[in-house]
Design a protein. Structure first.
Length: 293
């Protein structure tokens, strides 16, 4: 079986020509949750497998933590948050249990966690195996809304035009969410790690995927721990020294970030330096840094 996630990051902004060219109507606008992208496969036997965006499999003690006994067989694409975590902006730090989960699975250690799920797409196992589903997104989404409790699904609104989409996006951001994902109702599903042109992610804050070249020791209460990460872009140019956003647990894990790609959120760029950078998370699905311009 293919191990993939259907989307990766693409920056598209409302004010650009690129954005408007991508927008066909009607669309389904959804909340962009600040969690971990997860592929959930429910087999005919009832067994459920979970995969990270990088294709690493993990298991849960109770397969039905995902749903119920009558949850349809198939492949679900979802954001996974920690127990009772909403997935609002900044909540991703509470979703780091995914790394622990696939590590435990490899060691045969039971995972006792009970995550919060927000599902945003579905295909059959047969379509997943061949890598394409011709059924339009609106039909796939309607099927999910008919078969699963609303509490498991991404919060959504059908938009008939850009004004509707803008209104939904503004409300979502004002309520504390990261942003929105806007999907063309006619979109087909394909097994690719590139975001399709029919799907647009809208975020008010910008992010960059950067390579960590040094872990710098902290000061004060962080003496002996990681104080910040020295990051370079795709050209090898140092664009920031970021410490904000790191948890105490992460600060104590020397070597965790060296030569790894991390996502950093920032407010603006000045002289190729990121202003107000904040560490978000390791990009386990990335091997190359972006170029900051």
């Amino acid at each position: 079986m293919i191990k993939h996630q259907q989307t990766t990051k693409l920056r598209t902004y409302e004010g650009s020509d690129k954005f408007h060219k991508k927008m066909g109507w009607p669309r389904i606008d959804m909340v962009k949750y600040d969690g971990r992208s997860t592929t959930i496969v429910k087999h005919p036997s009832g067994k459920v497998d979970y995969f990270t965006s990088g294709g690493k499999r993990f298991e849960l003690m109770d397969d039905q933590v995902f749903g119920f006994d009558d949850t349809p067989v198939g492949v679900y694409f979802a954001e996974m948050m920690g127990k009772n975590i909403e997935g609002k902006l900044g909540d991703r730090v509470h979703s780091g249990i995914q790394t622990t989960m696939f590590t435990n699975t490899g060691k045969g250690i039971p995972n006792m966690h009970k995550p919060t799920w927000r599902i945003f797409d579905y295909v059959t196992i047969a379509d997943y195996d061949v890598g394409i589903c011709e059924l339009p997104f609106i039909n796939r989404w309607s099927y999910l809304k008919d078969k699963l409790p609303t509490a498991y699904l991404a919060y959504d609104m059908e938009s008939e035009n850009i004004s509707h989409s803008n209104m939904f996006h503004s409300k979502v951001v004002d309520d504390g969410w990261e942003g929105t994902v806007s999907i063309d109702c006619s979109q087909v599903w394909r097994a690719t790690k590139s975001r399709p042109h029919t799907q647009v992610k809208r975020k008010d804050l910008m992010t960059a995927d950067l390579l960590v070249v040094e872990e710098v020791e902290g000061e004060g209460k962080y003496v002996g721990m990681i104080g910040s990460l020295r990051c370079v872009d795709g050209t090898g140019y140092e664009v920031c020294l970021v410490g904000s956003g790191l948890t105490d647990e992460q600060r104590g894990q020397w070597g965790l970030f060296i030569d790894e790609i991390v996502e950093v959120r920032y407010e603006q760029i000045m002289d190729r330096r990121l202003i107000q950078p904040t560490f978000k998370f390791l990009r386990e699905d990335k091997t190359e840094a972006e170029t900051v311009k």
